[in-house]
Every structure is written in structure tokens, then in C-alpha cells.
Write a protein that binds this ligand. Structure first.
Ligand SMILES: [Zn+2]
Ligand SMILES: [Zn+2]
Length: 261
């Protein structure tokens, strides 16, 4: 069995470990350099277990701890050309780091990572499928804008998927954000709402996926109960029997729980 262990998931920080107890990969590094080893240790994991950091894109909530973590623990960084170039251009990476430009498929140790482009508003933004050495498959799928055919195909049959449920439509509309920001979030290059997430989970069920963590919830425009309700309500409309699907909502920062897949 492989481990899916989310360290943090929200609009202010994202990082997820996938692997065994001794070796794995980190997806995004939106976690502080002090919390990183502390939160890993809640699952008995050491920073040395992390053999690579894969970036979905260069927004701060996905990279804010990257330079410090990669530097202190000597971890190579993997990202698309667009992501790494933007990080270099803005001085958030200096070139002293071990950088690897990825394309569709990348092999690190016994792990195979497959990237699929997302419509999110960051150059080279992707989501991932990861295949572990023991044959497990997981998906890391946040900051989408829209679900695409290619993403569905990439995530098909995954044993566990982290999927974004960013905002409740009513909370966003009535919330504190300025109009332009509300429109950006709702756009094709923004984020998935709870209702869009529910639709995507429905599509992924048809692709044979049965286990989901809802994540990347906005702190201002969503709450865990609404995200869960939206997806559960949609699934019961589809007539999916209870127990047919494993669903959890990720806390903003870890409660120490992991999913085995
Ligand atoms: Zn983003
Ligand atoms: Zn984000």
C-alpha cells in the first residue's frame, strides 16, 4: 500500500506527500521550512524520504517554502518549463537548485509522474498522476479552472485523487473580494466551485476512481460542510449507493491522517 499524506491544503498553502514510509515525492511546497519536517513526522516520515518536489505551478500558495526546503534537505525540483522559467525570472529560484524540466512523463526512482496541462492562469500549470513503485496510482488535481478531457484521461483509474473544491458560489458572490477577483476565480482560468468539483467527481467515478480528498478550499469563500454537501448531494442524485465512494475534506493544515491506496 502507498500513502497519500496531505500536509496542507487551502488558498494559503498546498503540499502533499505520496509514497511509502521510506521514499516518496512531494507535490507542491506551499509549506514553511519549519512545519515541513514537523508535519511529516506526524506520519513517521523523515524529510530524507522526499526524493523530489513536483510543482503544479508557481503561485505562492504552492511554492512559498520551496527554496528553503529544497535547499535545506537537498531535494531536486521538477516542474514544467513555464513554471521553472517564471520562478527564475522572478528570483524565487536562483539556479543553484537542482532543477529538472518535465514534459508529459517523468520517472524518479520507482515513481512515474504524468503531467496534464490545466487552464489555470499561470504559465505551464499542470496537474499530476503518480504511479508508485508498488503499483498504486494517485492524482493531484487542484487549481483547474475547468476539468478537461485530457485531465480525465490522465487520472483515469487512480486509486486516490486530491481534487479542488475551491468555493461555494453564493459565498463568493456575497463575500469580501472585489468584483475583478470574483470574476477571475469563477473564470476558466480560475478555480473549481463546489458544484464543478461535484461534476468532476461524477466524471471521475465513471473513469473508475472511487476515493477522493476534496481540497484547496478558499478560506473566505467556502467551508468543509458545504464542499462535502455539494459532492455528496450530487452523488446521491446519480444514485450512487452509500459506501461506493470514499470521500474526505482536507483540513487547512494536517490533522496527521493519511489515506492508503
Ligand atoms: Zn494557483
Ligand atoms: Zn492554489
Amino acid at each position: 500500500m502507498a500513502l497519500f499524506y496531505n500536509l496542507c491544503s487551502s488558498s494559503s498553502g498546498n503540499a502533499t506527500y505520496v509514497g511509502s514510509r521510506t521514499e516518496g515525492l512531494l507535490f507542491d511546497a506551499g509549506v514553511g521550512v519549519r512545519n515541513f519536517p514537523k508535519w511529516l513526522s506526524l506520519q513517521g516520515l523523515a524529510p530524507e524520504a522526499v526524493k523530489g518536489i513536483f510543482l503544479t505551478h508557481e503561485h505562492a500558495d504552492h511554492v512559498k517554502g520551496l527554496k528553503a526546503i529544497a535547499g535545506r534537505f537537498h531535494i531536486p525540483i521538477y516542474g514544467t518549463e513555464g513554471t521553472l522559467r517564471r520562478m527564475m525570472d522572478t528570483g524565487r529560484l536562483t539556479g543553484e537548485e537542482e532543477l529538472h524540466v518535465i514534459r508529459r512523463e517523468t520517472v524518479v526512482g520507482g515513481f512515474t509522474v504524468v503531467a496534464a496541462p490545466t487552464s489555470h492562469d499561470s504559465p505551464g500549470s499542470v496537474c499530476y498522476r503518480v504511479e508508485t513503485p508498488d503499483g498504486g496510482t494517485a492524482g493531484i488535481c487542484t487549481d483547474l479552472g475547468v476539468m478537461s478531457e485530457m485531465i480525465l484521461e490522465t487520472l483515469s483509474g487512480c486509486g486516490h485523487i486530491l481534487i479542488e473544491a475551491n468555493y461555494d458560489e453564493r459565498m463568493l458572490e456575497n463575500g469580501p473580494y472585489p468584483r475583478y477577483l470574483k470574476e477571475r476565480i469563477r473564470s476558466r482560468s480560475g478555480h473549481l466551485s463546489n458544484a464543478q468539483c461535484a461534476g468532476a467527481v461524477g466524471q471521475l467515478l465513471q473513469e473508475g476512481c472511487r476515493s477522493f480528498s476534496l481540497g484547496h478550499l478558499s478560506e473566505h469563500n467556502n467551508c468543509p460542510a458545504l464542499a462535502r454537501q455539494a459532492v455528496e448531494g450530487y452523488l446521491s442524485q446519480l444514485g450512487l449507493e452509500e459506501g461506493g465512494c470514499r470521500l474526505s475534506v482536507l483540513p487547512k493544515s494536517t490533522d496527521g491522517k493519511a489515506v492508503e491506496f
